[in-house]
Design a binder for this molecule. Structure first.
Ligand SMILES: NC(=O)c1ccc[n+]([C@@H]2O[C@H](COP(=O)([O-])OP(=O)(O)OC[C@H]3O[C@@H](n4cnc5c(N)ncnc54)[C@H](OP(=O)(O)O)[C@@H]3O)[C@@H](O)[C@H]2O)c1
Length: 260
């Protein structure tokens, strides 16, 4: 039976590149995001090889009923999902006190609630396979507090902790769980998070979405529970653990502050 990967946030950036990689590796796909006009051409491109089938599910995953609808779509179409990639996520740059509640609330719903609900709904499907995989896209933001993006950093702490915990629980069930932790990466994220002028992207090496996705795929398949992209990003959590937390937090704020 051909394997199927379900990828959220596949209309751009890391998710888009992950879709191309899973297709290359012979997986059928279910791809989801809000922009149908991005998912359709990707489906056509990936199916043009004649080797795989791509289902698209355009939807807003921050809405409470979407995870159930997505699950229902997969069940009704009899799609045997053995890989779940929870990639969709957004950020928001600015002081917490000045942030718009609507955007913060959507971020929590998307980055935390929807990711958790989808995982919960799909574990029974994954358990039907002798070997299954979950990739949750966290971030290097998961390792320290992030002034000026406080809710985003905290949401990624959640994704990392949740992933490590269920990796432990699901190990005996032959489900590999990997938390992918990219550092700054070229994608549409900077624009949607309103952080194009943050020093983070000026002063630190910026990976391409393709590089991150290739690393994420390899890490997932090799069973890496916490997959941090890039050597600087890898040593940073070790260094951070040696420094007082208030100092780390102050440094992150400096890094996040705009140039102007
Ligand atoms: N870029 C970075 O520097 C960086 C660093 C660390 C971690 N990450 C994480 O990597 C993941 C992918 O981000 P990216 O960098 O590839 O950014 P991106 O290019 O902005 O991609 C985000 C994806 O999420 C989808 N999405 C956003 N809101 C959604 C919603 N309400 N419902 C359904 N889908 C939604 C977007 O599609 P639609 O707009 O079509 O819905 C898009 O496909 C995120 O979890 C992000 O936190 C990014």
């Amino acid at each position: 039976m051909q394997k199927t990967a379900l990828i959220t946030g596949a209309s751009s950036g890391i998710g888009y590149e992950l879709a191309k990689i899973f297709a290359r590796e012979g997986y059928n796909l279910v791809i989801t995001a809000r922009r149908e006009n991005r998912l359709k051409p990707l489906k056509e491109e990936l199916e043009s090889t004649g080797k795989i089938t791509v289902h698209i599910f355009p939807a807003d995953l921050s809405k409470a009923d979407t995870p159930k609808k997505l699950h229902q779509f997969v069940i009704e179409n009899n799609i045997p999902v053995s890989v779940l990639v929870n990639n969709a996520g957004i950020g928001d740059y600015g002081l917490f006190k000045d942030s718009e509640w609507g955007k913060l609330s959507t971020m929590i719903d998307l980055n935390i609630k929807s990711l958790t609900h989808i995982t919960h709904l799909f574990i029974p499907e994954l358990l039907k396979h002798p070997k299954a995989y979950i990739m949750n896209v966290a971030s290097t933001a998961a390792f320290q507090p992030g002034p000026l993006m406080s809710v985003y950093y905290a949401s990624k702490h959640y994704v990392l902790a949740f992933s490590e915990a269920i990796a432990n629980e699901l190990h005996d069930n032959e489900i590999t769980v990997s938390a992918l932790c990219p550092g700054p990466t070229e994608s549409e994220f900077q624009d949607t998070a309103n952080m194009e002028k943050s020093k983070l992207f000026d002063r630190f090496p910026v990976a391409t979405s393709q590089e991150v996705a290739e690393y994420g795929f390899k890490s997932l398949m090799s069973g890496k529970r916490v997959a941090i992209y890039g050597w600087m990003n890898k040593i940073s959590p070790k260094f951070i653990s040696l420094v007082p937390r208030a100092v780390v937090t102050a440094v992150v704020r400096k890094i996040q502050e705009r140039n102007d």
